[in-house]
Design a protein around this ligand. Structure first.
Ligand SMILES: NC(=O)c1ccc[n+]([C@@H]2O[C@H](COP(=O)([O-])OP(=O)(O)OC[C@H]3O[C@@H](n4cnc5c(N)ncnc54)[C@H](OP(=O)(O)O)[C@@H]3O)[C@@H](O)[C@H]2O)c1
Length: 301
């Protein structure tokens, strides 16, 4: 893979940032930013891009001539997708199609970052062949994007991460752990859904799996998740413990209490056999992942 050029869309996101930090030295990377300004030390490796602008997508890919495109740009808000499905489709589905068509013209392989939201959460654990059926618009748009890519004939892989956490880049979108910590470290209680299970995934571990897909030229679908299957309440309590806060600040509530939000699948836990066998990666469990976050913060201070 020496000298391979990799374009990363969504480079200012939680995952995009982790991909840049974990990029193999043998690769050359270029990332894209949309509304966020990349940190000064990263700026030289960024270009501005709105994936809704198909001409701009084509021009960037024709100019950079990547061997691989990792398409991580998307509107990540499940609730925004529920409120404005047509607007979000322009980014999450049409954006993927624009990137795919440009890859076809440039002869690049495409690694598309999809989501566990393609499943309704009623029959866990899910392997890569499980039928797709989403409970919300965000998941339905991911299904549309996956179906477009599968029908396109392009050389591609689809990586489906599950609930990701980690330190976002400055100004980046918060995630469950950073939101809980903002409350816990201020002594504020946080209500946490007691009936949702997941396999929380440290963003840097997801990046390792994606780089393995690139390095080994894997095709098809890959499920990527952390080692532990836990309820969100267990995850929140572990977050409080690891960061030295009171577990009593975690207030378990039924998810039905969050009535204004899009429905969430109850348990989309993954079967990880293919990830472990084909990619050789073993993501951390929640305790180890949270300790890694605590250490990263201590080192940055
Ligand atoms: N986070 C999770 O728990 C999770 C779970 C499963 C799957 N995923 C998937 O993983 C991928 C990465 O997620 P993430 O958490 O890293 O997302 P994120 O932190 O919300 O970042 C989203 C990225 O997309 C970019 N973007 C948004 N609209 C764009 C547009 N119109 N044109 C170009 N770029 C645009 C953003 O750019 P700016 O910041 O510059 O505006 C940002 O770089 C997404 O496909 C998401 O669906 C995430």
């Amino acid at each position: 893979m020496s000298g391979l050029r990799v374009l990363i869309t969504g480079g200012t996101g939680l995952l995009g940032h982790a991909l840049l930090q974990g990029a193999p030295q043998s690769c050359e990377t270029l990332a894209t930013a949309f509304r966020s300004a990349p940190a000064v030390e990263w700026r030289a490796r960024f270009r501005p891009l709105d994936v809704r602008d198909a001409r701009a997508v084509d021009a960037l890919i024709a100019d950079y001539r990547p061997g691989v495109v990792i398409h991580a740009a998307s509107v990540g808000s499940v609730d925004q997708a529920e409120r404005e499905p047509d607007a979000v489709r322009r980014t999450n589905v049409d954006g993927l199609a624009a990137v795919g068509r440009a890859c076809a013209r440039a002869g690049a392989r495409l690694v598309f970052i999809s989501s566990n939201a393609v499943f309704d959460g009623t029959h866990p654990p899910y392997d890569e062949q499980a039928p797709r059926h989403a409970v919300n618009q965000y998941g339905r748009l991911k299904i549309e994007a996956e179906e477009w890519l599968e029908a396109s004939g392009l050389p591609h892989a689809i990586v489906r991460p599950i609930l990701m956490y980690g330190w976002p880049p400055a100004g980046g979108r918060s995630n469950v752990v950073t939101r809980w910590l903002a409350d816990f470290e201020a002594g504020r209680p946080a209500e946490v859904a007691q009936d949702i299970r997941s396999m929380p995934l440290l963003a840097s571990n997801c990046a390792d799996a994606i780089w393995a897909v690139v390095r080994l030229d894997r095709r098809g679908i890959y499920h990527v998740a952390g080692a532990d299957r836990v309820t969100l309440v267990e995850f929140a309590r572990e977050t409080a413990r690891v960061f030295g806060c009171s577990e009593d600040l975690v207030v378990p509530v039924p998810s039905a209490r969050f009535t204004s939000l899009a429905p969430r699948p109850a348990d989309t836990s993954f079967v990880l056999t293919k990830m472990e066998r084909d990619l050789g990666v073993r993501p951390l469990g929640v305790h180890e992942g949270l300790v890694a976050m605590r250490l990263a913060r201590a080192l940055a201070r």
